[in-house]
Ligand binder design. Structure first.
Ligand SMILES: [Zn+2]
Length: 475
């Protein structure tokens, strides 16, 4: 069955080849002079075509030459000699006897098997080729061959109807098919493995997606979005970026006062790292904001700042901390504090607040108690000084004990007094002089020397002026 199916396939293939013009059909039954040049395929099937000239048509019936038939299926034969008209053919275990001009073929085989078969046309000897010609269909039926004939295309096909697995040809074909099958099986296995792997990936991604969906965004540790401006590399958490993006867009504008007060190029081309974050997760333990001079970085918990007085407080925080960045770039703070026992908060915090509140115009606590910009005039400073530090104020100070500005350092939280000092010198002595005080301190001068060298007056004299200026001496 296997071979028969294959045979049909081969015949079909043969037809296809024919249609494609690869095989030339017998155009005109002719007589071949050359030796047969048949071809057999894998199944022993002889493919006959015109140039072999081993096929002839007689009265519309295809005849195949005995020598081609012999070569195609391996029968042996003897041809008539002299007056003898008898052809003897031996195929497998059967002997066939045919007579030229006769349609009858006698056969004899083992087990006393014998008989006659009648051909559709008599066997003859070709006058053109001297080949002995058998009617092809009858030859195939007598010898048990597969046979096909197309009257239209004049193509003859004939060959062994090989038994499954009985021939080397079939064994070879089976092996080929088995190999193909194994190769296909391997491919299927590979594909199944790939599918399995993809399924596993899919499951993993779905699992991850599910986890992401279920994650509480407010508790997630955010990544950072990074922006770069002229003076800053700004890292901001996505959550903070939603509400506080103006810090990114306005950052350079908010540094105008710093550039003006400390001087352009104070940062010397350095870009300060600004880390702006919300107040979720880990950031709950990173309150407010600060400048880290050793890293030239600034952190801002914007949600904390926002709680005070909204966006103004956020902008204030930025301006205040950035003022520290400018201070640390403008002066060597360690040297500046070397003769101050490391106590320089009164110098740094007052100036930072002055730049952020008075010059930049941001309020930290709201405009009612913490007026911004131009509203921060002498009257305001006097009123607030009294409200905060007079005997009837929030935190009364023993002003009589304070003889110098360095004495203010005994009240490290008194930022307002520090800021008022900057206002006092800025207004009465000029900005350049006040900045020179820092330069002199940086040079290693003591506070007494620095004040004297800068303003031409003793610290004590200047503190007396300070108290009178803000009305403290009236308390
Ligand atoms: Zn500060």
């Amino acid at each position: 069955m296997f071979s028969h199916r294959l045979m049909k396939l081969v015949l079909l293939a043969f037809t296809l080849l024919l249609l494609q013009g690869i095989i030339t059909p017998i155009a005109n039954p002719v007589m071949a002079a050359a030796a047969p040049a048949f071809k057999t395929n894998l199944y022993g099937q002889a493919i006959v075509y015109s140039k072999d000239k081993t096929v002839e048509l007689a009265n519309g019936i295809p005849f195949i030459s005995l020598d081609l038939l012999a070569s195609a299926i391996g029968l042996s034969y003897t041809v008539p000699k002299g007056q003898d008209q008898t052809l003897t053919l031996k195929y497998l275990d059967t002997t066939y006897t045919a007579t030229l001009g006769s349609k009858t073929v006698a056969y004899a085989g083992p087990n006393n098997r014998k008989g006659t078969a009648t051909l559709a046309a008599a066997v003859y000897k070709s006058k053109a080729t001297s080949r002995y010609m058998f009617p092809a269909r009858m030859a195939s039926s007598i010898f048990g061959l597969e046979y096909s004939w197309s009257a239209q295309s004049k193509v003859l096909g004939i060959g062994h109807p090989a038994s499954p697995g009985s021939s080397a040809a079939d064994a070879m074909k089976i092996k080929q098919l088995t190999d193909q099958n194994n190769a296909l099986a391997d491919q299927v296995n590979a594909l199944q493995s790939e599918v399995s792997s993809l399924k596993s990936d899919k499951a993993k991604l779905e699992s991850e997606l599910e986890m992401q969906t279920e994650a509480d965004y407010s508790k997630a540790v955010d990544g950072w979005i990074t922006y770069e401006t002229t003076h800053l590399v700004i890292h901001i958490t996505p959550k903070a970026d939603v509400k506080f993006h103006y810090l990114v867009t306005d950052a350079e504008k908010m540094l105008d006062a710093h550039e003006s007060y400390f001087g352009a190029n104070t940062l010397k081309g350095d870009k300060v790292d600004l880390w702006i974050h919300d107040n979720s997760g880990f950031f709950q333990v990173a309150a407010s904001g600060r400048y880290l001079p050793w890293m030239d970085a600034l952190t801002m918990n914007v949600e904390d700042a926002y709680k005070l007085a909204g966006d103004d407080s956020v902008r204030f925080l930025f301006a205040h901390e950035m003022a520290h960045a400018y201070q640390y770039h403008k002066w060597d703070i360690d040297k500046l504090g070397s003769k101050l026992s490391g106590q320089f908060a009164w110098l740094l915090e007052g100036q930072a607040d002055y730049v952020a509140k008075k010059l930049s115009g941001y309020t930290q606590y709201g405009i009612d108690t913490d007026a911004p910009g131009a509203q921060r005039d002498l009257a305001y400073y006097k009123t607030e000084m009294s409200r905060r530090s007079s005997p009837s104020g929030w935190t009364p100070m023993n002003w009589s004990d304070i003889k110098t500005f360095t004495d203010l350092n005994g009240y490290p939280g008194f930022y307002f007094g520090f800021e008022a000092m900057v206002y006092f010198f800025d207004t009465n002595y000029g900005r350049d002089k006040y900045l020179m005080l820092y330069n002199n301190l940086e040079k290693g001068q003591t506070a007494a020397e620095a004040f004297k060298n800068t303003f031409g007056k003793t610290q004590e004299a200047l503190m007396t002026e300070y108290k009178a200026y803000f009305g403290i001496d009236k308390y």
